[in-house]
Design a protein around this ligand. Sequence first.
Ligand code: HEM
Length: 498
Amino acid sequence: MRVFLAGASGVIGQRLVPRLVQAGHVVGGMTRSPNKTELLSHLGAEPILCDVFDREALIRAVGDFKPDVVLDELTDLPDDAARISERADLNARIRTEGTRNLIEAARRSGSPKIVAQSVAWQLPDGPDARAVAELERSVLAEGGVVLRYGQFYGPGTYNEQQPPKEPRVQIDRAAERTVEALGEPTSVVVITDTQEGQKSSPADLVKALHSAFGNHHARAVHSKGIILEGFFTPSKEAASLTKAVHLQDATSQVVVRFSDFTGIPDIADTNPLSHPRGMAIKFKLPNNASTDLVTHSFNGFPTATSDQFRELLLAIAASGPDAPKPTALDKFLETHPVARTFLTTQKPASVSYATLSYFGVNAFEFTNQEGKTCLIRYQIIPEAGEEFLSKEQLANAAPNYLQKEIVGRVAKGPLKFKMQVQIAREGDDPKNPSLAWPDNRRVVALGTITIDKLASNTVVEDKALAFIPNDLPAGIAPADPMIDFRSKAYPISVAERQ
Ligand code: HEM
């Protein structure tokens, strides 16, 4: 298709051009800044220098380009977010007069489809809210598509440091969804971080965890655990991948919680269901901030999506010892071979929590100081190597052998893990955590986690300790929708266990 993109040099426009070109579209990239035309050519668009308020020039520009779609991504926002309200009139004008002019130009050029930017949050009553309402009405009246975006976050947006409040959307994900939305029939399409097509809510998932494992007033899953402390020392290479503050040159304090799978707080470490083991790490950052990394000892997840994970949990819940065969779980595993592999090919029981590798499973995007990005998955490898119990040792192991072992081990000397990332190559899917990326991907060492003491492990400390997978500093962003979904589910469990 031929796509006339108004606002091509803006923060979303610049991300859209290469994605549209890659999807096979020819892009006319409109900008009113002469110094942005070269950038647009470089990104793959035919640059079109035109001001949306110059109605006649716009009609000519659209007429000459002969688009199949007019994609309106125009905003008039200041570089400094603090000045948004001062400039609200300009933004309202571009939404009303700008959109009117684009619609007129489209009508004169054979009425291509119009797809236009709007917002997914409620604006307070005023010129801006009226402008958005008018834009939406006029686009829908033309048979067009309204894109209601959450607040953008990620590199180049107002929210580089911290994801904003919901509704929000990571800027690259917003661009991807926009390319897909070009094919939608006339409608309002909401583009926010919620996983595409996701039916169940984070609260449904927490309920499903309870129905599978019982409600013990503890963590809904990975209930049995032990807390230790130490520090993280970044490698020299880490800063080449990300500007994240703890991955530059200074050492950070860490709190680490090792755990067993399931929501059963007294599960025996020897029970096959107690795998995968968990390793959750809280890195203390300057200014009382922190960032979390929550991993487990299997390189993958049983399902690609949170909805499927819920189905698996409900199937486990319905498949107790007295359930008639084939059980709901048998049936689920019949049609979900990846989940079967997850449940049947866990590693043997390790000698220690410290002799096991852990995997971040969900993909993140790293951005370095130069703005260069890459997709990564974390791996945490014990420096002493992996070590497992033999069948005989396992048969003789005590139900709490792992906690006893780690208490003794850390008393003798520090435990060390190498933290590293696997870097995705073309074709590695960041949004399907059930598929491990191949082993031959480039691996970069990020640094060393040294655990040198046991925490107090009081009830108070255990309750207060909570991890949020999307609590991230600038330089790291979620690349898998499951991360934001998890991050809404964890606080529900935290609240329930207080
Ligand atoms: C849709 C997917 C997932 C859901 C709904 C989910 C849900 C939860 C919940 C509700 C908790 C308890 C939080 C608390 O009370 O503090 C938890 C903890 C945990 N989860 Fe997940 N999880 C998901 C995916 C994952 C993945 C992919 C991993 C591993 C890579 C993982 C590893 C862990 C670990 C290790 C803990 C224990 C954290 C701690 O020590 O406090 N989870 N999860």
